[in-house]
Design a protein around this ligand. Structure first.
Ligand code: ASP
Ligand code: CP
Length: 312
């Protein structure tokens, strides 16, 4: 693996290697001294053109736990606001010797461009590009599913995962469908017809408009944020109507099998796609998803950067 641009880059064997490595690294995170010398002398640049809380901080934490140097670049406050292009920004980072660039960008395909244009020599990790992909989110979700529902080992064969909400604007949904299908899970997307992308029927999953039909047959339900910042049209009549038709509330939680877990990539719109009561319930694993994100990102950096310590 040279870059991580899409969940489609991961075959089952590589995905399991990442998850197994993350499990080993999670053990380090449980110790009182959380650092490994593995990436000493390497530099990881977090290149964020779009806002982030979890992804940016967890990549930073992951790199630091592996003893890499971390540079955080936010487009806001940088020379991007003076009109500097992605190319010139990348060349600048390359000139300073970045070994890996973790990029979040509003344009779908920006990480791919960065990896293939020859502007930088290091590894590129997609931390979310437009409405396209967010592969490390899918990996941390798979890690969480595997821990909770598969005893922490193997693939996810036959696991029934229902993903509900704004699929149209969600890079999390696409990456999850691709990765979960690779790992053998049985994925159902549930959304109003207006919030499904064209071509979704070719994705390796089922598609439904009926959340109440899907919940009783789910081992996990993943709620997606309604991404208002990407909506330039009216996709549903009102927030209240959306919530009534597609929100996860206490009654719908009761329709899930007892063992089923509730996931959300965050940030949540409490009261919209998920009620506060469900978000705070003991079936919800959002906090663990965030914790697992650090281990999974450590694994990705470790595998991409070869895990070698150089001469020091
Ligand atoms: N944080 C995730 C993303 O950046 C999901 C979301 O924003 O709703 O794609
Ligand atoms: N899940 C996720 O990507 O969160 P952030 O947008 O806060 O990074």
């Amino acid at each position: 693996m040279r870059h991580l641009l899409s969940a489609a880059d991961l075959d089952a064997e590589t995905a399991i290697l990442v998850l197994d490595t993350a499990a080993e690294l999670a053990a380090v995170t449980d110790r009182s001294v959380k650092k490994l010398p593995t990436l000493r002398g390497r530099t990881v640049v977090n290149l964020f053109f779009e806002d982030s809380t979890r992804t940016r901080i967890s990549f930073e934490m992951a790199a630091k736990r592996l003893s890499a140097d971390v540079i955080n670049f936010a487009a806001k406050g940088s020379s991007v606001s003076k009109g500097e292009s992605l190319k010139d920004t990348a060349l600048t980072l390359e000139a300073m010797g970045a070994d890996a660039v973790v990029i979040r960008h509003h344009a779908s395909g920006a990480p791919h461009r960065l990896a293939t244009a020859g502007w930088i020599a290091g590894a590129v990790v997609n931390a979310g590009d437009g409405t396209h992909e967010h592969p490390t989110q899918a990996l941390l979700d798979a890690f969480t599913l595997r821990r909770h529902l598969r005893g922490g080992t193997g693939g996810l064969e036959g696991l029934r995962v229902t993903i509900v909400g704004d699929v149209l604007h969600s890079r999390v949904a696409r990456s999850n469908v691709l990765l979960l299908a690779t790992l053998g899970a049985d994925v159902t997307l549930v959304a109003p017809p207006t919030l499904l992308p064209t071509g979704v029927h070719e994705w390796p999953c089922r598609v439904s408009y009926d959340i109440d039909a899907a919940l009783p047959a789910s081992d996990a339900v993943m709620m997606l944020r309604v991404q208002a910042e990407r909506m330039h049209d009216a996709y549903f009549p009102s927030a209240r109507e959306y919530s009534r038709a597609y929100g996860l509330d206490r009654d719908r939680l009761g329709a899930l099998p007892d063992h089923a877990i509730v996931m959300h990539p965050g940030p949540m719109n409490r009261g919209m796609e998920i009620s506060a009561e469900v978000a705070d319930s003991d079936r919800a694993v959002m906090v663990e998803q965030v914790t697992n994100g650090v281990s999974v990102r450590m694994a990705v950096l470790y595998l991409l950067l070869g895990g070698s310590t150089g001469e020091s």
